[in-house]
Write a protein that binds this ligand. Structure first.
Ligand SMILES: Cc1cc2nc3c(=O)[nH]c(=O)nc-3n(C[C@H](O)[C@H](O)[C@H](O)COP(=O)(O)O)c2cc1C
Length: 316
């Protein structure tokens, strides 16, 4: 099982819908990789529906990747988790993660993701069915510290008895969305509980970590085994780098052009070009004229238009 072979502490790129697809994961693997990647969250209902082929795009992977890849699932029907987990095992993923944290209102109202927090009977049935379907693949959970209020002790007392390979703790309640600073003191409480109840379960801390250096400080203070970084990657594509260094304009434009090529080759017309726009600020940032260039790029509607604009920007 890959979780037990990771360095300590280890780093994980957070699952992010419409962000961490196979193309973006490849970009990050090439520039400054974490130790583990997750897919975007993937609907177990969708996988069992006539629209399965479309949903499978979220699970596209590069067989040449050198890093473990965990498939993240969401839904509320244990039987569909069982089937999806068996599929993931057959497809060669390294692990399966159950999303028990997404705060999206419609999803929570259906008793999925963050809506499972505090629903012990339903959560137990889902974990158990996923394990059965997964066979030898390790099963983990990504969750928050409560739904409307903080219930760290009760919720993790329950989760830590489920014999999970790892638990990612996003240090906020569902209601808090991402609007308040993550409660790292609560994440430290989960580590203390884990030490008593389930020493074999790894704890991954998540919330507001900008980069590796900040992650290492969080490890010191909370005792977590690993750190997951999400939005930090939007401010610094080198967030997982062991060294800090300057990255000039030409290097960033080259990476953007590679990202663009890979997006086009992988998705063709199947994914909207508009999805790519959220990445522009990641590459075009922090130099004289960057804001103006970014504004021009926001107005375009195809990869070729981006290439044409960037051709006019000097690459030495
Ligand atoms: C655009 C976006 C999409 C996300 N999609 C997912 C998802 O598919 N699955 C999931 O478990 N969390 C998802 N999250 C939550 C992140 O994985 C992470 O828990 C959260 O952003 C807090 O970490 P951070 O402060 O490092 O960003 C998403 C977050 C963002 C910003």
């Amino acid at each position: 099982m890959f979780w037990s072979n990771l360095p300590k502490p280890f780093f994980v790129l957070a699952p992010m819908d419409d962000v961490t697809d196979v193309v973006f994961r490849d970009v990050i693997e090439n520039v400054a990789p974490p130790d583990v990647f997750f897919t975007e969250f993937t609907s177990t209902d969708g996988l069992a529906s006539p629209g399965r082929e479309r949903v499978m795009e979220k699970l596209a992977r590069n067989p040449d990747s050198k890093y473990p890849l965990v498939a993240q699932l969401w839904g509320n029907d244990p039987e569909l988790y069982r089937q999806a987990a068996a599929d993931m095992a057959a497809m060669g993923f390294d692990g399966i993660d159950i999303n028990m944290g997404c705060p999206e209102r419609g999803i929570v109202a259906r008793g999925c993701c963050g809506g499972l927090i505090g629903c012990y009977h339903e959560a137990e049935a889902i974990i158990s069915a996923t394990k059965e379907g997964a066979g030898k693949l390790p099963v983990s959970v990504k969750t928050r510290i409560g739904l409307g209020s903080i219930i760290t002790e009760d919720w993790f007392n329950f989760l830590l008895k489920q014999n999970l390979a790892a638990i990612t703790v996003h240090g906020r309640t569902v209601r808090e969305m991402s609007k308040v600073p993550a409660h790292w003191d609560e994440i430290a409480k989960v580590v203390a509980l884990r030490n008593q109840l389930a020493p074999q379960t790894l704890i991954i801390g998540n919330g507001d970590v900008a980069d590796r250096a900040e992650g290492l400080a969080r490890v010191e203070e909370s005792g977590v085994d690993g750190i997951m970084i999400g939005r930090g990657i939007f401010h610094n594509i080198f967030a997982f780098d062991q060294q800090t260094g300057e990255h000039n304009q030409d290097e960033m434009i080259t990476i953007l052009l590679e990202h663009l090529d890979a997006f086009e080759q992988t998705w063709g017309d199947t994914k909207s070009f508009q999805i790519l726009k959220k990445f522009f600020k990641l590459y075009i940032n922090g130099w004289y004229g960057a804001a103006e260039l970014r504004a021009r790029l926001m107005d375009v509607n195809s990869p070729d238009e981006v290439r044409a604009i960037l051709k006019g920007v000097s690459v030495h």
